[in-house]
Design a protein around this ligand. Structure first.
Ligand SMILES: [Zn+2]
Length: 435
């Protein structure tokens, strides 16, 4: 009896999966996937760098797709744009005098966000980075302490110092309404005896920069206050150093592919129009320069209402497990991955745990912004990050993508998300992160 029951059950599951699979095959078309990704990664989008006309063009295209699909704006927004302001601060003067002698410019690096002047111990502490100390750890603990600091860096660390100098020269970007003021750090390369007096003068000019995510929703039919987020980032690197005459980093895989998945899933779920939970489809800005779009988004939603986040990043080529497979970052941090795998049983597609734990991918995409506040927020990817020679190069173009495999991956996300969308499965929460 048991045996029979089991086979009936298996037959039923197979039929159920079969019909869902037929639905996704009918409703998510390869030619439409190709059209979207080709448009987003075309040369006229200029590599979609944050703060450029190219990304504006990409945003307009995403908006037109959302409109055509029939998504609604998020609560509090009049359109699909979720606007916020960043402040970019660029150093204009960095001067350090120790014991009455000005330090040569090439040995000075100051990390700050606004102008300041220090000349006594109440203004800043002095820390020596001696040859036997760990520069990285010292830096980290000073940042965490919140204290303004003058660091006297031993010449042993001159390579690290140079990198830091290049980094601070580019300036910093922060949220306009940020309440947390970061401490300033003045680095001086050289060997010094006792510091009897010091002066640090830093001036910076700041500029407000408007940014926006592109977000739309399909309200939940029975559980509207529970949200499921589908996301990808629509920004990329823009124009970079030319290689063989090509200077556009098209970002076809990174992350026009994920943005395409978001649009395709929106179209699919809107056609079904039977979602119990509210579905939020969001294309994030400024991922490449610090995940600012998703950090802002995380502040606009109550994290306790977000039951899951499907972040989709680089699904343009077959994964290391071959066709019809993808991996999930932070797999062990919640049962999100297990739910997805269960929903794919009986199909040709398989999800695997992230095979590149050393790459820290869980922290390297927009899911981290939501995971920080406890949301089971994971990234689905197929990228062979350890050997991907096109990653962050001008070679990441449409012609290198496997559109068939992208389409299968999007279909698999549609199939595997269905019980979460229907309110039948709720992934366990992740432990809140410290980044
Ligand atoms: Zn990237």
């Amino acid at each position: 009896m048991r045996m029979k029951k089991l086979t009936t059950l298996i037959a039923f599951i197979a039929v159920a999966c079969g019909s869902y699979a037929q639905d996704v095959n009918k409703m998510i078309h390869q030619d439409d996937v190709g059209r979207i990704i080709k448009t987003l990664s075309a040369d006229d989008m200029q590599g979609r760098a944050t703060f450029t006309p190219g990304i504006e063009k990409a945003a307009q295209f995403i908006e037109s797709e959302y409109k055509q699909i029939g998504l609604q704006p998020m609560e509090g927004n009049t359109g699909y744009r979720q606007n916020f302001t960043m402040v970019k601060s660029t150093p204009t003067k960095a001067e350090i005098i120790i014991n009455g002698t000005a330090v040569p410019t090439e040995n000075v690096a100051i990390q700050g966000s606004e102008s300041f002047s220090w000349n006594k111990l109440e203004d800043a502490q002095i820390v020596k980075v001696t040859p036997d100390s760990n520069f990285r750890n010292t830096y980290k603990s000073i940042m965490q302490s919140g204290k303004n600091t003058v660091l006297l860096v031993d010449p042993k660390f001159s390579d690290m110092f140079k990198r830091l100098q290049g980094f601070v020269a580019r300036g910093s970007v922060s949220f306009k309404d940020s309440q947390t003021k970061k401490n300033a750090l003045a680095f001086v390369l050289g060997t010094f005896g006792d510091v009897k007096s010091f002066t640090v003068n830093y001036e910076a000019s700041s500029k407000e920069l408007p940014l926006f995510n592109v977000a739309g929703i399909i309200p939940g039919k029975t559980k509207p206050n529970e949200y499921v987020v589908f996301s990808g980032h629509y920004d990329h690197l823009g124009i970079v150093t030319p290689v063989k005459g090509d200077s556009i980093a098209n970002g076809a895989d990174d992350d026009a592919s994920g943005t395409t998945a978001v649009i395709s899933l929106a179209r699919y779920y809107k056609k079904l129009n039977n979602n119990a939970r509210t579905l939020i489809f969001v294309a994030f800005t400024a991922e490449e320069i610090g995940e600012f779009g998703s950090q802002y988004f995380a502040k606009t939603v109550d994290p306790d209402k977000v039951v899951a986040m499907f972040n989709i990043e680089m699904i343009g080529k077959a994964s290391k497990f071959g066709q019809n497979s993808a991996f999930i970052t932070g797999y062990e941090r919640s049962d999100f991955g297990k739910i997805l795998q269960k929903n794919l049983e009986g199909t040709a597609f398989k999800f695997y745990p992230d095979p590149y734990p050393d790459q820290n991918l869980f922290y390297r995409s927009d899911n981290a912004s939501l995971a920080e506040v406890g949301v089971p927020a994971h990234t689905i990817s197929t990228d062979q990050i350890d050997i991907d020679k096109l990653y962050h190069t001008v070679g990441d173009e449409f012609s290198t993508l496997d559109v068939g495999n992208i389409t299968s991956t999007i279909r698999a996300i549609a199939l595997s998300s269905r019980t979460i969308v229907a309110g039948k499965d709720t992934p366990t929460r992740v432990a809140k992160l410290e980044r």
